[in-house]
Design a protein around this ligand. Structure first.
Ligand code: ATP
Ligand code: MG
Length: 390
């Protein structure tokens, strides 16, 4: 007999008519995440998703850790399996929840019975097991209204299950339930966090990286792929689009005034990302921009770069402090990789005195010497697509 996992749905409970398709999406995302840990049956009954092992020897610890990164799940409970017998259920509750009983001051037992052949009603079973637990833990009083600890019992087809307090899930909405977006992924701290935040809202992600070999090394590309691998835990399998950016940067450096280097370069990033988005049916671009952090992230600069795409540009970090962004990066596990010291293409050609408040007119004039369409086409045609899985 094996343990099972009970997953409570997050926000998707609110989704009315779409709810069934949200649930199906979530079930398929969970199933895909579990395939390394054995064979599981995953299904939904009354806002709870059940993850049941279908063969002996499934890795339940691995499965429990894996579902913690799946968006759309509010809470996770690991339930201990036992024989469908009232005394076996009591013994399991006593053993499995002894730590919880050592800290709680009050408890109640709640039972559910999907196997109606079980010889007791849910209330009788709760009373029986509750009575024995009260004797076993005399310092913890019974409180059926606001208990500190709820002992949950489920009598199901093949076994009975006991579980206590739940742990938090990743929250958000199932990836793929809310459209698709292109996320501009550099090797820095910010853009992995912005990617995570938009994926959390149920958006499937297409990461795009602008790569300036040999100004930035193969290692810089590897670093971005490593970040994508970490993000794949949350986003599912990713196809990273690596855009050759060297020629564009050399052209800008050679032909445009230095103070506009960064903003013109960022306009190219937007044009190419826009094109990738449209080719893939994506409805938005995502960046890790943050108001006032650097010269290219003023309102004026964002107006000038945003003008190169007709899609909404989502900037989930716009109002955050660096400290908050770093806290997120640590939480999602990208920080240590992000701080590895490989150059990003932005830093290679940074002007000494960038324009912080450029107007569209002066930037358009500065870039008018370039063959913009030709450069965009050349970069787009040279894209390398790399599959990244966890
Ligand atoms: P990050 O920490 O994400 O690199 P940053 O604070 O260094 O951000 P910039 O370098 O100005 O900021 O870049 C702003 C945003 O532009 C990034 O968050 C990212 O979304 C995008 N970006 C920058 N460089 C690249 C790149 N080489 N490839 C893809 N996107 C990039
Ligand atoms: Mg950067």
């Amino acid at each position: 007999m094996e343990d099972i996992l009970l997953l409570k749905l997050g926000e998707i409970v609110l989704k009315g008519l779409n709810r069934r398709s949200f649930e199906m999406k979530l079930i398929s995302n969970i199933s895909r995440r579990l395939r390394h840990y054995g064979k599981f049956r995953v299904y939904c009954v009354q806002s709870t998703i059940y993850v049941e092992p279908e063969e002996p020897g499934c890795d339940m610890d691995g499965a429990e850790a894996a579902v913690q990164t799946v968006f759309g799940i509010a809470t996770i409970s690991r339930a201990a399996a036992c024989e469908k017998d009232k005394d076996a259920i009591f013994r399991t509750a006593k053993e499995y929840l002894k730590d919880a009983f050592s800290t709680a001051r009050s408890f109640k037992v709640e039972s559910k019975r999907s196997d109606k052949r079980f010889p007791m009603t849910s209330i009788q079973l709760s009373q029986y097991v509750g009575g024995l637990l009260a004797e076993e833990f005399p310092d913890v009083r019974v409180d059926v209204h606001t208990p500190e600890l709820t002992v949950n019992i489920e009598v199901r087809d093949y076994a009975a299950y006991v579980h206590g307090p739940a742990i938090p899930g990743a929250g958000g909405m199932p990836v793929g339930s809310n459209g698709r977006a292109v996320s501009l992924l550099s090797g820095g701290i910010d853009s992995p966090v912005s990617t995570y935040m938009i994926a959390k809202r149920g958006v499937a992600i297409i990461p795009v990286h602008f790569f300036s070999f040999p100004y930035t090394s193969e290692l810089a590309k590897e670093k971005v792929l490593d970040l994508a691998k970490i993000l794949a835990k949350y986003c599912g399998r990713l196809m990273v689009e690596v855009v050759p950016f060297t020629h564009i940067q050399e052209e800008i450096r050679e032909k445009c005034p230095e103070e506009y280097f960064t903003i013109i370069m960022r306009r190219f990033m937007m044009r190419i990302s826009d094109r990738i988005a449209k080719a893939n049916g994506a409805g938005a671009l995502v960046t890790g921009e943050n108001l006032g952090q650097v010269a290219s992230q003023t309102m004026e600069a964002m107006a000038v770069t945003g003008q190169c795409t007709s899609l909404p540009v989502l900037r989930p970090l716009i109002g955050m402090d660096k400290e908050e962004i770093v806290r997120y990066a640590r939480k999602i596990g990208t920080f240590d990789t992000s701080i590895l010291p490989y150059e990003d293409c932005c830093t290679v050609f940074t002007p000494k005195h960038p324009r912080t408040k450029p107007s569209l007119k002066e930037v358009e004039e500065a870039e008018s010497v370039l063959d913009i369409d030709g450069l965009v086409n050349e970069a787009y045609d040279g894209i390398e697509r790399i599959k990244v899985n966890i």
